[in-house]
Every structure is written in structure tokens, then in C-alpha cells.
Design a protein around this ligand. Structure first.
Ligand code: UDP
Length: 458
């Protein structure tokens, strides 16, 4: 086990170790490491257990202990585009090595008893299916971290009861307003039965046997969903988000963040740039990629575009762009492999975010008051997009197929038309709510105090 003994300046020792177990995908690692930093700043010694696959950079966290284990994933298995089979496979491969790793951590904590402390609890990502059985055998209480919105969680929880759930129907779902059938968080996969089984295990069964759930959300944003959540799942819930307002995600980035994004933004006019990124997993095909490229170029507006290696099926990076394209956009468009997203969204030149509506991206955009164009790809993104466009009304939903004319129209609506200005005003008032909820006495601040007391009581 890798051990670091430096103390953290803010830390006053409370003396109950918290073990955190992130799921090895970027959108899950970021919030878990942020949560670890929040708890550490409040005095909890921290141990992170993680897979070798997509392992966080421990040198960015000298004040944590890290314990990694071999997950046995081959390169081909790890790079599958089928998220459902990846989640399922990781869950199968990690059962035994995780148990061994946890046992090692627990015995080290016992050995170090004088210096360290007893273990308070395990906080595990909700995507770990086998976790329910493990802490029981170690006599360890465990709390779930859910990295999604509450509204998308409720939509997942409703799936087993819905008949028409797998279509592009515009029909409203009376059980889940304002969602339509096509907004349900279905994930296309070669293993539909596995998807159903995961929904049952990870959404419905798991929550009933955990000691509580931590959410990267805040009460004022998801008030109605929270009421339903409390009714359906009467266990302790802690909405302490947005996590990244306490600690940024840059330290847990798996890819290196291109800082030319910021120097390029420095040269642009205030609120003039549309930032485009579809997160760490979503993919587009070649035709869609070229439509996006021409849609962006044809607006004549400045854009910062993240083309992650692997974003385009069958391409390394941007080699599919037609000859001369880069010259056409010189000075007006900047393309990077991975951006320091939070800094980009906080930059005064950024005026809009064309996003896949992953929950981290959605929260990051709300926190900086940047209105969105929603382009959800699968799962919870579809629910988040509907809430962004129809409930919070801080973005517009690009619902038709990706086509350059539609893209150009959507970007203009957001960036230069009155409709976009109104969305900007609404998202700025949401941003102000974020500021209030994090202040002393605010809802997330209070929920964090409750969580700390709760962990101490376990
Ligand atoms: N991100 C980043 N640079 C990029 C694109 C994304 O640092 O160029 C970060 C982003 O800030 C967020 C995370 O990657 O914290 C993506 O998580 P999200 O839930 O939005 O989407 P996912 O990748 O899980 O689909």
C-alpha cells in the first residue's frame, strides 16, 4: 500500500478513517475524489481503494493513503464502447481483489491504531454491485455516493414498472413529469438483460441496505424530486453538492488538461465563445463529427471544441476534418483533446456550453451561470437534458439528428438571440442559489455538517 504521512493544513484530526472506493470512470472518479478532499478538510483520515484501470494520480493527493488492486481487465475489455457490459464486467472482475484490498487496509488501520484511528465507514460508488456483501463481512458500515442527479435516479427506479420504455415516443410519462418516453435513461447495449439486472441491483436493491446516500446535488435544485426520494426511500440522504465548489476536478483528471484553452479564451470577447464537450465516454460517428465541425464553423462565432481521442468511431483524433478546415477557423476556433473544463466554464469569455449533459458537466455549468445546448447520448444524460431545457429552462435541447444547419441555428439561438439571453439570466439566478446553499446555514452546508456527525456516529 502506498502511504503518505504528510498532514494537511486544514485538518484537525477527528480520528475516524473513511475508506472511499471510486468507480473507474472519469465522471465517477472526479466527485469521489472531491468528496474525499471535503471529508479530509474536515479532519477525517482518508484511504482510497481503486482499480489499476483508470487509477487516480496519487501524487496529487499526498495527504491520502491509496491502495490499488489488479482488476484483470484486458485493454480490449477496458476500451469497449458498451458501458453496460463494462460496468458488469468490472463488477465481476473486482469482487475478490477488492475484498483482499479492503482486508489489507483494515488490518493496516488496526496495526496503526495508535497513530491513525478506527475506521468509520466505507463510501462506495453506486455503480459497485457487489459492495453490499463486503462491508457486512468486515463489520463495516457503508454509504453510497451517487454521482447522478436525483431526478435521473428516480427515472432509473421507475424503469422496471414501465411497459413502453424503449422508444422515441414523445408521449409524456404521467409518473415522471416532465419526462417523455424518449427521455428515459435507457442505455443501448448488446446485453439488455444485464442492463435490467443492473438497474434492479444498483438502483433499487442497493439503496435499501445501505446506511445512507450522498448526492452531488443541492436541495434548491431538485426540491420535488427530493420529496419523492424521501417518500420512496426513507434512509438518510445527504445533498452536499456541488462538490467541485469545495475542490476542483483538475487533480483527478485522467487526461492531461490543455492549458492553451485558457490562453486562447483570454483573447476572446466576454461571453462570446461556445464551449463544446461531450465528456469522457460519449462517441459520435464520422458523419456526425463532420456535421458538428461545419455547424460550428458556419456560425462565424468563436468556439472551443474538445475532441477527445476516441470521441469519433474509427478515428484517432481530428484527421477526418477536410483539408483546409483548420485554416478556415484560424483565430476563431480552437480544438483541444481535453480541457480544464471548470476553468473554461468560469472564464469570462465563455458564453455557452454545448454539452452531453453528464451530471458533472451540468452542475459545473450551473455553478458558473453558463447556459447550455443539450445533446444527451445515453442513460441519465437524457433526463438531465430534459430538466435543463424544460424545468430549469437554462438550455435548449438539440433533439433532431446532428445536422450542420440545425447546429448553427441552435448555437445562434443560445449565443445571440433573446431566448439565450433569458436562459443566461435564469442560470445566473440558479448560480446565486448555489452560492447561498454553500454558505454557513445554507442547505448543502447544513447537510455536510449532518454527514460529518453521521459518520462519527457509525
Ligand atoms: N472534463 C474535463 N475536461 C474536458 C471534458 C470534461 O476535465 O475536456 C471533466 C468535467 O469537468 C467533468 C468530467 O470530466 O467533471 C465529465 O463528467 P460528466 O459527468 O460530465 O460526463 P461523463 O464523462 O461521465 O460522461
Amino acid at each position: 500500500m502506498e502511504k503518505h504521512r504528510e498532514s494537511h493544513p486544514q485538518q484537525t484530526k477527528l480520528g475516524r478513517r473513511v475508506i472511499l472506493f471510486p468507480f473507474p470512470l472519469q465522471g465517477h472518479i472526479n466527485p469521489m475524489l472531491q468528496l474525499a478532499s471535503i471529508l479530509h478538510s474536515r479532519g477525517f483520515p482518508i484511504t482510497i481503494i481503486h482499480t489499476n484501470f483508470n487509477s487516480p494520480n496519487s501524487s496529487n493527493y499526498p495527504h491520502f493513503n491509496f491502495c490499488s488492486f489488479p482488476d484483470g481487465l484486458s485493454e480490449i475489455e477496458a476500451s469497449t464502447a458498451d458501458v453496460v457490459s463494462l460496468v458488469s464486467l468490472v463488477n465481476v472482475k473486482c469482487v475478490v481483489p477488492f475484498q483482499d484490498c479492503l482486508a489489507k487496509v483494515m488490518s493496516n488501520v488496526d496495526d496503526d491504531h495508535q497513530e491513525d484511528s478506527s475506521t468509520g465507514c466505507l463510501i462506495a460508488d453506486a455503480a459497485w454491485k457487489f459492495i453490499q456483501a463486503v462491508p457486512e463481512s468486515c463489520k463495516l458500515r457503508w454509504i453510497i455516493l451517487r454521482t447522478t442527479s436525483i431526478c435521473s435516479f428516480l427515472a432509473f427506479a421507475a424503469l422496471p414498472h414501465l411497459h413502453d420504455r424503449d422508444s422515441e415516443s414523445e408521449a409524456l410519462l404521467p409518473e415522471l413529469p416532465p419526462l417523455r418516453v424518449k427521455d428515459l435513461p435507457i442505455i443501448k447495449t448488446n446485453q439488455p438483460e444485464t442492463f435490467d439486472e443492473l438497474v434492479l441491483e444498483l438502483v433499487i436493491n442497493q439503496i435499501q441496505v445501505s446506511s445512507g446516500v450522498i448526492w452531488n446535488s443541492f436541495q434548491e435544485l431538485e426540491q420535488d424530486a427530493l420529496i419523492k426520494l424521501h417518500q420512496d426511500f426513507p434512509i438518510p440522504m445527504f445533498l452536499i453538492g456541488p462538490f467541485h465548489k469545495y475542490f476542483p476536478a483538475s487533480s483527478s483528471s485522467l487526461l492531461s488538461q490543455d492549458q492553451t484553452s485558457i490562453s486562447w479564451l483570454d483573447k476572446q470577447a466576454p461571453k462570446s465563445v461556445i464551449y463544446v464537450s461531450f465528456g469522457s465516454i460519449a462517441k459520435v460517428n464520422k458523419t456526425e463529427f463532420l456535421e458538428i465541425a461545419w455547424g460550428l464553423a458556419n456560425t462565424n462565432l468563436p468556439f472551443l471544441w474538445v475532441v477527445r481521442p476516441g470521441l469519433v468511431h474509427g478515428a484517432e483524433w481530428i484527421e477526418l476534418l477536410p483539408k483546409g478546415f483548420l485554416e478556415t477557423i484560424t483565430g476563431r476556433g480552437h480544438i483541444v483533446e481535453w480541457a480544464p473544463q471548470q476553468q473554461v466554464l468560469a472564464h469570462p469569455a465563455t458564453g455557452g456550453f454545448w454539452t452531453h449533459c453528464g451530471w458533472n458537466s451540468t452542475m459545473e455549468s450551473i455553478c458558473e451561470g453558463v447556459p447550455m445546448i443539450c445533446q444527451p447520448c445515453f442513460g441519465d444524460q437524457k433526463v438531465n437534458a430534459r430538466y435543463v431545457s424544460d424545468v430549469w429552462r437554462v438550455g435548449l435541447h438539440l433533439e433532431r439528428r446532428l445536422e450542420r444547419g440545425e447546429i448553427e441555428k441552435a448555437i445562434r439561438r443560445l449565443m445571440v438571440e433573446i431566448e439565450g439571453q433569458e436562459m443566461r439570466e435564469r442560470i445566473i439566478s440558479l448560480k446565486e442559489k448555489v452560492d447561498v446553499c454553500l454558505r454557513q446555514g445554507g442547505s448543502s452546508h447544513q447537510a455536510l455538517e449532518n454527514l460529518i456527525n453521521y459518520i462519527m456516529s457509525l
